[in-house]
Write a protein that binds this ligand. Structure first.
Ligand SMILES: [Zn+2]
Length: 202
């Protein structure tokens, strides 16, 4: 399965190891864990077909929380000719696609999914010095890291984040990330090479 806003779901939002009963279609399938979804309802599992098929749309269930205010701000800068209604409609459509059809990314804290270039970004993996070096061929991984920090990152000492908190080595998947108390989440814009990073800790 391909997802607009999440690369390599098999690494970052793995399916159950055994078949489970999907809460939404009742079939026995390999499923995503739905227990972490943002909802007042309790759910255990959802199969990929129900997630991408839009079974969450129209219900008070969200797999994540998009930074819709920042998205609208970007859209109004990119499209000064658009009316407020057009911006709201475009943002709402992208937010539904993000929050209702994207597998859940397990994080230490709840934070808003970043936006860049007038759309939500695609999650491409966990941050490390190795990863930023690979993303910045010919230039400095440190420079890329510092310029990628999302506006919500309050830490003004980006030197300290780079020196003391960013892991050295690549973090391959969710299982490896679960042992690491500070995680950096790396995203790429859908519309440019822009990299966006947020971080949290347990
Ligand atoms: Zn299903």
């Amino acid at each position: 399965m391909m997802y607009t806003y999440l690369e390599h779901p098999e690494k970052y939002s793995p399916l159950s190891e055994e078949e489970e009963t999907c809460d939404f279609c009742g079939q026995e399938k390999l499923c995503f864990d739905a227990s972490f979804f943002y909802s007042a309802e309790d759910h255990d599992f959802i199969c990929p077909q129900c997630l991408t098929g839009g079974k969450l749309i129209g219900r008070e269930i969200f797999t994540c929380d998009g930074d819709i205010d920042e998205l609208k701000r970007q859209l109004s800068v990119l499209h000064p000719e658009w009316s407020v209604e057009m911006i709201d409609a475009d943002a709402a459509q992208k937010t539904t696609a993000l929050e209702k059809t994207t597998p859940h990314l397990i994080t230490w804290q709840d934070w808003s999914w970043p936006a860049a270039d007038g759309d939500y970004c695609k999650f491409i993996g966990y941050g490390s010095k190795e990863k930023f070096a690979a993303l910045a061929p010919g230039t400095s991984g440190e420079e890329l890291f510092k310029s990628s920090l999302y506006y919500t990152v309050e830490e003004d000492d980006d030197d300290e984040l780079w020196e003391d908190l960013l892991p050295e080595d690549d973090i391959a998947d969710y299982d490896e990330s679960a042992d690491i108390p500070q995680l950096f989440y790396v995203f790429r814009s859908l519309h440019s090479d822009r990299i966006v990073t947020v971080w949290d800790s347990n």
